[in-house]
Design a protein around this ligand. Structure first.
Ligand SMILES: *[C@@H]1O[C@H](CO)[C@@H](O)[C@H](O)[C@H]1NC(C)=O
Ligand SMILES: *[C@@H]1O[C@H](CO)[C@@H](O)[C@H](O)[C@H]1NC(C)=O
Ligand SMILES: *[C@@H]1O[C@H](CO)[C@@H](O)[C@H](O)[C@H]1NC(C)=O
Ligand SMILES: *[C@@H]1O[C@H](CO)[C@@H](O)[C@H](O)[C@H]1NC(C)=O
Ligand SMILES: *[C@@H]1O[C@H](CO)[C@@H](O)[C@H](O)[C@H]1NC(C)=O
Ligand SMILES: *[C@@H]1O[C@H](CO)[C@@H](O)[C@H](O)[C@H]1NC(C)=O
Length: 472
C-alpha cells in the first residue's frame, strides 16, 4: 500500500544543525583491530570464508565473506507502527566472483571453468524500438596457436566475472529485498515502475549482479535501464579523480611507511615467505607485499567456490594450510579496519574519495522529502571500495573487510501523525548500524536533519568541499 506522502514546503527545512559533531571517533577495540590478535591469533572468530550458505546452527547475520548478510523478511525488524516508510536507498557490493587477474599467482595449479554461464553483451535499438538483438554472450577460449599463456587461471572465465553461484546469490538478494519491501511492507509496487531505479558502476561485474537481482525482485517483462555515470566521474565506484585522497591513503596506509601500518607486514614476514614459496610470487613484488589484499582475494575466491587451497607447482606436497589462510583473513580484516576506521585520517580520505556519492545520497533524500522526486527506491550495485568508504564516513563502530554482497540500506520515515520531521534508520548487514560518532550513534529513527547536517558538514553543498579537498 502506498499512501500519499506529506510534502514539506522548502522554507520549513532547517538550514543546518550547528551542533552536529563532524569529528572522527575511533571504532571499538575487537579482535579485528588488535595487532597481536591478527598476527598471533588463530581461526577466524566465527567469520565464514568457504561457502555462500552459513554452516548449520549459525544465526543469519554472521559475517560471511562469500555472501554477507542482507535485509530479509525472516529477520527484518519492522519500524514502530507510528512511522511510515517514505524512501529507501540500498547500496551493496557485488556477489562472489572469480579473482581479478592481478590477484592470481604467476602460475596456477588448476583451471577455473565458467562455461556454466553466459555474460550477455549486446546493444539494441531503443526509443524507438527497431531491429532486435539476438541474446549473444561471451564464451572465453584460448587457442593452441596463440603462444601467450593466460594471466592467472586457465579455463573459460573472464577474470573477474561473477560466478554461477554468485549469480544465484544476486538473484536471492533481490528476492529477499522484494520480500521485505514489497511482501512484508507493501512499500514497493508489485511490478517494476519508474519509482524504482538501479545504478551500476563501470566495472561490468556490477551489471552481471544487477540483471540477476532485478529478476529476483520484479521479474520484469520489459527491458530495465541500469543508470551509470561516465567512468571519469563515476561517484559510485568511485572512479572520479581525487589525488589528495589517494595521497592521504598512501601516506598512512597501503604503500606508506608509518610504523603503525608496517608493523603487521613486518610481523607477518615469515607468512609472506611461506606463501611466496608456494605461489611463485617474486619476493620483490611490491603489489603482493604492500598489503594482504592479493593473497586474501586469491585464497578466499578459491575457498568461496569450494576449490582447494593452492599448492606449489614445482613441489605439489607444499600447499597453503587452512591455518595460514585464516591468518591472511585475520590480517585482511585488520587492514580494512586500519585503513577505513582506526586511522584518524580515514574520515578525510573517505570524504575526498566518496563525498560525491554522499552528496548525491543527501540530495536524493531531500528530493524525496520536498516532493521534487517521485522515486521511492534507489538501488546501487558497487564494490568493496565503495561500501568501505561509506562505512568509513558513517564511522561504523566495528569495521570489517566488506565481503561479497555487503549491504547498507537507508530508510527514510515520516510519522503518521504529521509532525513535519523525517527520520532515518540505517541497516548494515540487515541490522541497525551503530556509529562511533555521537551525533549519529545507533542510527534508528534519527532526525534526518541531523543526518543531512552531518553529510553536508563533511561534503559541502553539491560536494563543494570534496572538490576543494581533491584539488588541494
Ligand atoms: C606474536 O608472538 C610472538 C611469539 O610469542 C611474539 O614474539 C610477537 O611479539 C607476537 N606478535 C605480536 C604482534 O604481538
Ligand atoms: C569451512 O570452514 C569451517 C571453519 O574453518 C570448517 O569448520 C568447515 O568444515 C568448512 N566447510 C567446508 C565445506 O569446507
Ligand atoms: C592467485 O594468484 C595467482 C598468481 O598470481 C593467480 O594465477 C591466481 O589466479 C590467483 N587466484 C586467485 C583465486 O586470485
Ligand atoms: C595453462 O595452459 C598452459 C598452456 O596450455 C599450460 O602450460 C599450463 O600448465 C596450464 N596451467 C594450468 C594451471 O592449467
Ligand atoms: C532494421 O535494419 C534495416 C537496415 O538498416 C532497416 O532498413 C529496417 O528499417 C530496420 N528495421 C526496424 C524494425 O527498425
Ligand atoms: C599511526 O601513527 C601516526 C603517527 O604517529 C598517528 O598520527 C596515527 O594516529 C596512528 N594511527 C593509528 C591507527 O593508530
Amino acid at each position: 500500500m502506498i499512501t500519499t506522502r506529506h510534502v514539506l514546503p522548502f522554507f520549513l527545512l532547517p538550514a543546518s544543525f550547528a551542533s552536529v559533531d563532524l569529528g572522527w571517533h575511533p571504532p571499538k577495540k575487537t579482535w579485528i583491530n588488535q595487532l597481536d590478535k591478527a598476527v598471533n591469533g588463530s581461526g577466524t572468530n566465527g567469520f565464514v570464508f568457504n561457502t555462500s550458505e552459513l554452516p548449520p546452527g549459525t544465526k543469519y547475520g554472521a559475517y560471511n565473506w562469500c555472501n554477507m548478510p542482507h535485509v530479509r523478511s525472516q529477520e527484518y525488524v519492522r519500524a514502530n507502527s507510528e512511522y511510515q516508510l517514505e524512501y529507501v536507498e540500498v547500496i551493496h557490493r557485488h556477489h562472489k566472483r572469480t579473482p581479478y587477474a592481478s590477484n592470481t599467482f604467476p602460475r596456477e595449479s588448476y583451471p577455473w571453468e565458467c562455461s556454466d554461464e553466459g555474460l550477455f553483451y549486446f546493444g539494441e535499438p531503443l526509443n524507438p524500438a527497431g531491429n532486435t538483438s539476438a541474446k549473444t554472450y561471451w564464451s572465453v577460449y584460448t587457442s593452441e596457436t596463440n603462444p601467450f599463456a593466460p594471466a592467472g587461471f586457465n579455463g573459460t572465465c573472464v577474470q573477474p566475472q561473477i560466478t554461477r553461484e554468485g549469480l544465484d546469490d544476486s538473484w536471492q538478494h533481490g528476492k529477499d529485498l522484494y520480500g521485505v519491501y514489497h511482501g512484508l511492507l507493501g512499500f514497493l509496487p508489485e511490478g517494476i515502475n519508474d519509482k524504482v531505479t538501479y545504478r551500476v558502476t563501470n566495472n561490468v561485474i556490477t551489471s552481471q549482479v544487477a540483471g540477476m537481482l532485478v529478476e529476483g525482485m520484479f521479474k520484469p517483462s520489459k527491458t530495465v535501464p541500469l543508470r551509470i555515470q561516465p567512468t571519469s566521474l563515476d561517484s559510485l565506484e568511485p572512479a572520479y579523480s581525487c589525488p589528495a585522497s589517494l595521497k592521504l591513503y598512501n601516506s598512512y596506509g597501503v604503500g606508506g611507511s608509518a610504523a603503525n601500518w608496517t608493523a603487521h607486514l613486518t610481523a607477518a614476514q615469515p607468512l609472506f615467505n611461506t606463501l611466496d614459496a608456494i605461489s611463485g610470487v617474486p619476493k620483490d613484488s611490491t603489489d603482493w607485499h604492500k598489503s594482504f589484499d592479493h593473497y586474501y582475494d586469491n585464497l578466499s575466491a578459491r575457498q568461496c567456490h569450494s576449490k582447494p587451497l593452492p599448492c606449489s607447482i614445482s613441489d605439489t606436497s607444499k600447499c597453503v594450510t587452512q591455518a595460514q589462510a585464516d591468518t591472511v583473513y585475520r590480517l585482511g580484516q585488520y587492514e580494512y579496519s586500519f585503513i577505513y576506521r582506526d586511522s584518524p585520517q580515514s574520515l578525510q580520505a573517505a570524504v575526498g574519495s566518496y563525498g560525491v556519492f554522499i552528496a548525491e545520497l543527501a540530495q536524493n533524500i531531500r528530493d524525496c522529502i520536498s516532493g521534487k522526486s517521485s522515486i521511492i527506491y534507489r538501488h546501487n550495485v558497487a564494490h568493496d571500495g565503495s561500501v568501505s568508504r561509506l562505512l568509513s564516513i558513517l564511522q561504523v563502530d566495528v569495521m570489517v573487510w566488506v565481503g561479497m554482497g555487503s549491504e547498507v540500506v537507508f530508510e527514510i520515515y515520516s510519522k503518521k501523525v504529521y509532525d513535519s520531521k523525517r527520520y532515518i534508520r540505517i541497516l548494515w548487514g540487515g541490522q541497525i548500524l551503530t556509529s562511533s560518532n555521537p551525533s549519529l550513534g545507533k542510527v534508528d529513527m534519527l532526525d534526518v536533519d541531523v543526518f543531512l547536517a552531518y553529510l553536508d558538514g563533511l561534503t559541502g553543498t553539491k560536494a563543494s568541499k570534496v572538490v576543494a579537498f581533491c584539488q588541494s
